[in-house]
Design a binder for this molecule. Structure first.
Ligand code: GH3
Ligand code: MG
Ligand code: MG
Ligand code: MG
Length: 294
């Protein structure tokens, strides 16, 4: 996919020059003529790199860079400063503010493309690192630590919007038997396929993660208890009837689930939400497995 470059310069001619060079090279280019809208534009466009003019009226490149680096959502996007200045104090300042690199005006096309390429390489590694740190390698779902992070964020959002939230803990029944009978690799196939089934059953906005081993969690935002229970029941039945093909064997599994439902009035701590969902899961196991409990 074509890389996205955001060019910020108050001079229309400069912008045209950048656009010509970059589009010729196959980049997708977005432009802004002043610093004021860069942050919002960056949220929308999600550029891979930003070319940022220093001297601009209203809000200069230093201020824009500072703003971008202060914001969680934008701080990892490499910023290449474009400067007509010759003062090394300014370069020093740019790097202090978190700029990745700089290019001096007048623009040399070869230099511009070379520096851009090196910034994009770094961005690629950063993206990869971030994905590795937040994704479960086997299932592709969010991993444990990101799941908790997202639950924390979701709680704040629900509080602000006065919404209800359901936290679901899912555990495969007698999974050890699957491993013991068909082997660990076969067990891994079940986990992968189950992750897909769970993901398929929830809304795109719902959060699904691998809590650990053979345990999965779902965060259902802005939901009613009834809807959460129905969803879990539907999923429970689908999994019960699903044929997992492990090499040449057909295997069936069942799930136990525990739901904790939180209303805006309930100011429970994050840890207790998990504890309560776990408790409900434990009840489901005790009541015979292949069940949903609240
Ligand atoms: P219960 O119904 O009480 O949950 O029984 P169980 O056998 O599922 O529970 P137990 O906690 O005794 O066993 C969980 C099993 O999950 C044991 C472990 O080998 C397996 N498991 C955990 N992570 C993985 C994994 O990544 N791959 C595979 N193949 N198995 C895993
Ligand atoms: Mg300028
Ligand atoms: Mg377990
Ligand atoms: Mg289990």
């Amino acid at each position: 996919m074509s890389k996205k470059v955001l060019v910020v310069d108050d001079n229309k001619n400069n912008i045209r020059l950048f656009v010509d060079i970059l589009e010729e090279e196959g980049y997708t280019v977005f432009t802004a003529e002043n610093g004021l809208t860069v942050l919002e534009l960056t949220y929308i466009v999600q550029p891979d790199v930003i070319l940022l003019d220093i001297m601009m009226p209203e809000m200069d490149g230093f201020k824009v860079c500072e703003q971008l680096k202060r914001d969680n959502e934008t701080q990892d996007i490499p910023v290449i400063m474009i400067t007509a200045k010759r003062d090394s104090n300014d370069l020093h300042k740019a790097f202090e503010l978190g700029a990745f690199d700089y290019i001096k005006k007048p623009i040399n096309e070869i230099e511009l493309l070379a520096r851009l390429k090196s910034a994009l390489k770094v961005k690629e590694y950063l993206d990869l690192l971030k994905a590795m740190a937040t994704t479960d390698g086997l299932t592709g779902l969010y991993n444990h630590s990101l799941l908790l992070e997202l639950l924390k964020k979701e709680l704040l959002k629900q509080e602000r919007n006065n919404q209800k939230i359901a936290f679901v803990m899912i555990d495969i029944d007698r999974f050890k038997t699957v491993n013991d009978t068909y082997g660990h690799t076969a067990g891994d196939i079940v986990l992968k396929e189950l992750a897909k089934i769970i993901r398929k059953n929830v809304r795109a906005s719902d959060i699904v993660g691998r809590y650990g081993g053979e345990e999965f969690s779902i965060i259902l935002s802005d939901t009613e208890l009834n809807d959460a229970v129905n969803l879990c029941e539907r999923m429970r039945l689908e999994v019960q009837n699903h044929e997992f093909i492990l090499f040449d064997k057909s295997v069936h599994i069942t799930l136990s689930m525990g739901i904790f439902f939180k209303t805006p009035q309930n100011t429970i701590a994050l840890g207790d939400i998990i504890k309560n969902a776990d408790q409900a899961l434990y009840t489901a196991k005790n009541n015979g497995r292949n069940r949903v409990e609240v």
